[in-house]
Write a protein of this length. Structure first.
Length: 161
């Protein structure tokens, strides 16, 4: 039975044995050719050639994980659309309508995420403060123009002279 199985799948067997052999060769080559320095400084962690500062256990904001999840969701959407693009001629109008519904559902999800504020990085309080500051600047510029830059007959006559 095992010879029959080997005869049927000889190419897969050769591929697996070749992969295992290559892995063993690289591990053995690294062990034999690699450096043997066993110093205290060699065992200390570093990042990009610079000694570590602070703790490696930093708390990341949940916003980073949300953005990563949004990326995965919309990246998978792109994969489905690539598969659709390959079969666009065979699927016809029915396939086009299905793809359109698929994109519209994902677009509705994106609009929902934007409306609930999942894509906003700043806290709600600072966003409101920023909007109020912009409104105050616009209001101040409209109602209290700077006389230095205002256009009046006295300023225009001075610039002509």
């Amino acid at each position: 039975m095992s010879t029959n199985l080997l005869a049927q799948h000889w190419s897969l067997t050769i591929f697996i044995l070749g992969g295992l052999g290559l892995c063993c060769f690289m591990l053995l080559g690294g062990y034999l050719l690699g450096g043997r320095a066993r110093a205290r400084a060699k065992n200390t962690p570093f990042e990009s050639g610079v000694d570590s500062v602070g703790s490696a256990r930093l708390r990341m904001s949940a916003k980073f994980y949300l953005v990563a999840m949004f990326f995965v969701i919309f990246d998978v959407e792109a994969l489905y659309l690539f598969a659709y693009a390959v079969a666009i001629r065979e699927s016809g109008w029915v396939g086009f309508i299905e793809a359109l519904v698929f994109v519209l559902i994902l677009l509705a999800g994106l609009i929902y995420l934007a409306r609930i504020g999942a894509l906003d990085w700043a806290p709600l309080r600072s966003r409101r403060t920023q909007i109020k500051a912009i409104d105050m600047k616009i209001d101040h510029a409209v109602h209290n123009p700077n006389p230095k830059y205002a256009i009046s007959p006295t300023n225009s006559s001075k610039s002509e002279a």
